[in-house]
Design a binder for this molecule. Sequence first.
Ligand code: NAD
Length: 274
Amino acid sequence: MLDNKRFLITGISDAGSLAMHAAKAILARGGRVVCAGLGVTPHHGDISDKAKSYLTANEQAFREAVKQELGEDTPICILDATQEDSMVDLAATLGARGLKLDGFLHSIAMDRTIRNKQVKPLLEVTQEEFCDTLGVSAFSLVRITHHLLHSGVLQRGASICSLSYIAAEKVTFHPYRNMSVAKAALERITIELADELGRSHGIRVNALRFSPYLGSKAGTATLEPKDVDRAEEMSPLGNALPEDLALEIAHLMQPGLRITGEIRHIDGGYHITG
Ligand SMILES: NC(=O)c1ccc[n+]([C@@H]2O[C@H](COP(=O)([O-])OP(=O)(O)OC[C@H]3O[C@@H](n4cnc5c(N)ncnc54)[C@H](O)[C@@H]3O)[C@@H](O)[C@H]2O)c1
């Protein structure tokens, strides 16, 4: 059903990344992918040794995971969503390689106010921390779309999906504070873009709220096993699996669907409880 279609997958850090599951589901349905992972870009300039070693380690893990899980021939790009120039480069590189896109997955989130599973109270969050989280985790959806569209890489009728969490709307039993605000912004951006891009280019934009999941770097940085167990008990069907999410992403990537502006729940029914 995705034959001859190509999708950009962001947010792969390793084999456990939710984006990796989505990429596999797309490949299994005949689609092709190009993956953009966080790493060192020419725009980083003078960064600290600590920042450089973090980015280098992330890039190596990304390259290795894509090779192992998706195959050696999978095209990759390096993207740092804090840098406008890196997003410009991404679009230009895809264009130069002739990789037109039928959609993309935004699976990017970062929040420095969550450290060792401790969440900073919103009242203590600085303007810089707030803007950094919002920029990377929400507004990057606008800027990546902007550059892909204006470079002619993102095609008419394409499908865009992003990943969210119920905390965008409700205070959960493990509140995320700063990240919750960013997820709320991501969902509102989804709805505004769905209206703009649906009318202008027939492009669909949807967000998917997923269950708490410990199998990724973001999950292990923010969740305790007891949080996942509690969501499992609260959800009528138990927590959704990454495969459930990947299936829904592949479904929404199908050409020609008239589904847009949706905030979907892939969470075993967690959202109807509590
Ligand atoms: N794990 C969960 O419990 C859960 C639940 C619901 C939604 N989500 C969302 O799913 C998405 C993917 O998370 P995941 O659980 O797969 O974890 P993950 O750590 O595998 O993915 C997060 C990705 O964001 C990328 N990223 C961070 N800063 C970046 C930047 N400046 N530029 C480019 N990329 C950057 C990281 O490199 C990483 O690949 C996130 O939006 C997350 O909020 C996760």
